[in-house]
Design a protein around this ligand. Structure first.
Ligand code: FAD
Length: 548
């Protein structure tokens, strides 16, 4: 007898599970319920549709119910919300969201892919007609219609995560003055503060106003919102408001059905993505998964993991057992001309968890510096102190950031250490890279730390060390220093160091920096071999917090 699989949710994880199920079992009865009008749409493309970068709406609609039925023989029911699970009788209750009619459907296996719900603050004015979410196609239709009818001059984006940043760019494209309000002290939570600060400086230069450490207390206006009142008492004009405050897993159905919920507040699944009921699987933004690096639980609402999980559930239902090995959080965002990408753990996470690590920052060129169009990027690499095993990486730059990030993300999957990264033979010709690719280059710096050739310290720790008596040494040229140097630093150029050893303290720790960290590394080697206690400041002056 053929198996009957019912899927709740018809976008990333749900549609992926459905298509794979059919490819594996031609006889299965597959029913996919979607409460909205569209299935398998490109929600990641929605901001670009709002900003007219994607001009044709139907490009967002990857599959239609009709096409999916024709190709995969899947019974797709849109405008159909699953409202209850009766796990004991293996039945669900479905409500037609147009007619209001309800009915029951049985299943042999149930797959929950309901995604996540956007966080909406409970503040006055939140239900006004010019306050928008960016979750689905109708949301983006409404924003577009409002912009073309009302031509708002200014916009407030609440939340400086990926969607908030993408929307800020798109609203700028549409000609608005944009203010981003963010509750925490930095934009882009998946990054460490000094990396996010590079993007923040760039955004401010481009005219985006950033209000950090701020929340919106109320949205005010006569017929609709005209201004946002912030927690600090200030107000900003708001012809349009977009919420990008993150999401919470859609667990309602699962909770009501008595399925186990994990410590991250999402549906708990085992390594085969089975819930606490073995006949119910779950995938995507609704579940919590294992952190590939630490083994701890992780909530990671991203499209890549959701698609893989959907695929994997289909395999497991069809008897081809595949374990989910966990997620590491590889992500990327385009912000105007800049790209910011991250994978694995951040320094702030490692510190908070008490996990021992080392970090280096480099500023390599995207391609050979003599080839037109080469730009500088900043790479931060986190690794274990003893073996140099890669724990995480962040890159911010203008060009070819994605390819370096994908190498580093792959390195984490492969369990590589910084010495393995040194050995990677990566594609090189001047338009694409340097003979030592930025990944190799960063790995050489990290390797020096692991092998004890150089001790590093980050700028965040410098003020404390200087207060405790460390000597701050700038080894750039006098001309470079005249353009700006760190507070309290003494300038001795790297080329004069050997002659001026007597000017340096032997009873104090010396913290050396140059522009990017190479000349200060050379300085460290000279001083170390002359018996000084010296550390290189990671990332050099380009990573100095006040560097503009
Ligand atoms: P979804 O794709 O959200 O699908 C869940 C579906 O289930 C929804 O359509 C919902 O209507 C339906 N549903 C819920 N409850 C029920 C019910 N009871 N009955 C019937 N149907 C139900 N990720 C990236 O990795 N990169 C990006 O660039 C990126 N950009 C994004 C941009 C935007 C604007 C958004 C909104 C998300 C973005 N994401 C991105 C996140 C990514 O889209 C999600 O991680 C992914 O779609 C999750 O897949 P899912 O199947 O779990 O949930």
């Amino acid at each position: 007898m053929s198996i009957k699989v019912v899927i709740v949710g018809g976008v990333a994880a749900g549609a992926s599970a459905a298509a794979r199920l059919r490819r594996m079992d031609e006889n299965a009865q597959i029913v996919m319920f979607e409460k909205g009008e569209y299935i398998s749409y490109a929600n990641c493309g929605l901001p670009y549709y709002v900003g007219d970068v994607i001009q044709k709406r139907n490009k967002l609609l990857v599959q239609t119910p009709k096409a999916m039925n024709r190709r995969f023989n899947i019974d797709v029911r849109v405008m159909s919300e699953v409202t209850r699970i009766n796990a004991a009788e293996k039945k669900i209750e479905v409500k037609n969201t147009v007619s209001g009619e309800t009915y029951e459907e049985t299943y042999d296996k149930l797959v929950l892919c309901p995604g996540a719900s956007p966080r909406i603050p409970d503040i006055p004015g939140i239900n006004s007609s010019n306050v928008f979410l960016v979750r689905n196609v109708p949301d983006s239709d409404m924003i577009k219609e409002f912009i073309s009818a009302e031509h708002p001059q200014n916009a407030v984006v609440v939340g400086a995560g990926y969607i908030g940043m993408e929307m800020a760019e798109m609203l700028m494209h549409a000609g608005m003055e944009v203010t981003v309000v963010e509750a925490s002290s930095q934009i882009l939570a998946p990054f460490d503060p000094e990396m996010a600060a590079i993007v923040a400086r760039y955004l401010r230069k481009k005219g985006v106003k950033l209000k950090l450490n701020s929340t919106v207390a109320s949205l005010e206006g006569s017929k609709r919102v005209e201004q946002a009142l912030l927690s600090d008492g200030s107000s900003i004009p708001a012809g349009l408001v977009v919420l990008g405050m993150g999401v919470s897993p859609a667990t309602g159905l699962a909770v009501e059905a008595g399925l186990a919920i994990g410590d991250r507040g999402a549906i708990l699944v085992n390594e085969y993505l089975q819930t606490s009921d073995p006949d119910i699987y779950a995938a995507g933004d609704a579940i919590q998964v294992k952190d590939f690096i630490t083994g701890q639980s992780l909530y990671l609402p991203l499209a890549g993991p959701a698609n893989r999980q959907g695929w994997l559930v289909a395999n497991n239902i069809c008897g081809r057992q595949v374990r989910y090995s966990g997620a590491q959080g590889t992500s990327i965002v385009k912000i105007l001309d800049m790209t910011a990408a991250a994978t694995g753990k951040t320094e702030k996470y490692l510190k908070a968890q008490g996990i021992d690590y080392r970090a280096v920052h480099t500023h390599p060129a995207s391609s050979a510096t003599y080839y037109p169009g080469s730009t500088e990027m900043t790479i931060k690499l986190l690794f274990t102190p003893d073996e140099g095993k890669v724990l995480g990486a962040q890159i911010v730059g203008y060009d070819k950031v994605d390819k370096r990030m994908d190498v580093l993300a792959t390195a984490i999957r492969a369990g590589m250490n910084v010495f393995d990264l040194q050995e990677l033979e990566l594609a090189y010709a001047p338009p694409f890279s340097s003979a030592k690719d930025p990944v190799n280059m960063t790995a050489y710096v990290a390797g020096n730390v692991v092998s004890g050739m150089m001790d590093v310290v980050s700028w965040a720790d410098v003020p404390g060390r200087v207060a405790a008596g460390s000597f701050l040494l700038d080894v750039r040229t006098e001309a470079e220093c005249q353009a700006g140097m760190a507070d309290g630093a003494v300038n001795i150029s790297v080329d004069d160091i050997r002659k001026r050893l007597d000017d340096l303290p032997r009873d104090q720790e010396i913290l050396a920096y140059c522009r990017v960290g190479l000349r200060s590394y050379i300085t460290c080697r000279i001083l170390k071999q002359n018996g000084f206690n010296v550390r290189n400041i990671s990332g050099g002056y380009l990573s100095y917090p006040d560097y503009q």
